[in-house]
Write a protein that binds this ligand. Structure first.
Ligand code: G
Ligand code: G
Ligand code: MN
Ligand code: NA
Length: 253
């Protein structure tokens, strides 16, 4: 209950912060984008993980204003990158079911894009299959509105749900993010063969494959061999605080 009350004030008290985890093109080794990850610095409890407070925010509806704040803040990063200056990098933002269900959401996205100057094709929205279960048709209407803006859609946490494959050719997807659990054990024989097959399957559908949670060079090597497109994980970079990004970009160029 305490956490819930605090959440109502987190925005107005400026307690939320975004971290950005770099994603890399596996073949060129270059940065291809950043995933925005929200952090809450609670005045009494200290850092509260999004795994803990996002579900509460979804329950009490505060995810709508929080989600818009995240989206705007993430898109604003583009202006900072132009100052460095840094070539095109995608900004990836996690969205919740409540946001996707909101009929105003595409309008908000369009408004934030024009206010921040972020070219639409550089915004990627991450959805999960758990948010599609209620109605894939309703979700598809919204996703179509979003893709018509030029925004790209990523299916996050792929493989953790019950019917992952079912969604692959029924949604307007540009990317699939293979869940960490599919990367962890790829160096073991059978696990690896499944992951390799998923990468190929996804790419056969003209969808880019992203590997999440890459923590070792052995994993990176295999993913490269399998021609996975994009990698993200602690091996390459942890999520960065906003103040660290300029230095990170300078080091990359
Ligand atoms: O960063 P971390 O691993 O603690 O994130 C935990 C979970 O919170 C992940 O599933 C991530 O997708 C989710 N998450 C992080 N930032 C956001 C956000 O801005 N919006 C939503 N809806 N989920 C987020
Ligand atoms: O559900 P989602 O994929 O959005 O969650 C992303 C979360 O995964 C982030 O909170 C991030 O901190 C975490 N993460 C990023 N890289 C790694 C990694 O290499 N290993 C592990 N265990 N977690 C990671
Ligand atoms: Mn994500
Ligand atoms: Na994920």
């Amino acid at each position: 209950l305490k956490l819930e009350e605090g959440l109502l004030q987190a925005l107005s008290n400026d307690e939320l912060e975004l971290h950005f985890q770099p994603q890399f093109n596996i073949h060129s080794g270059k940065v291809r984008g950043f995933e925005a990850l929200v952090r809450w610095q609670h005045p009494k409890l200290g850092a509260v993980s999004p795994g803990e407070f996002i579900p509460i925010a979804e329950e009490n509806g505060t995810i709508l204003p929080i989600g818009l704040w995240v989206l705007r803040r993430a898109c604003e990063l583009y202006q900072e990158m132009l100052m460095v200056p840094f070539p095109e990098a995608v900004i990836s933002v996690n969205i919740s079911a409540l946001q996707l269900n909101d009929s105003y959401f595409p309008k908000h996205v369009s408004q934030i894009l024009s206010e921040t100057g972020l070219p639409p094709h550089l915004l990627e929205l991450e959805i999960t299959e758990s948010m599609l279960i209620a109605s894939i048709d309703a979700a598809n209407i919204r996703l179509k509105e979003l893709t018509q803006l030029g925004v790209r859609i990523a299916l996050d946490d792929f493989g953790t749900g019950y019917s992952s494959l079912h969604y692959l050719n029924r949604l307007p997807l540009h990317l699939v993010k293979l869940d960490k659990s599919f990367i962890r054990d790829i160096c073991k024989n059978n696990e690896g063969r499944i992951t390799e097959s998923i990468i190929r399957l996804v790419q056969d559908l003209d969808i880019q494959a992203v590997a999440e949670g890459v923590e070792s060079y052995d994993q990176l090597y295999l993913l490269k061999t399998w021609k996975c497109d994009i990698v993200q994980g602690f091996l390459l970079s942890k999520p960065l605080r906003e103040q660290e990004i300029a230095a990170f970009i300078t080091k990359q160029t």
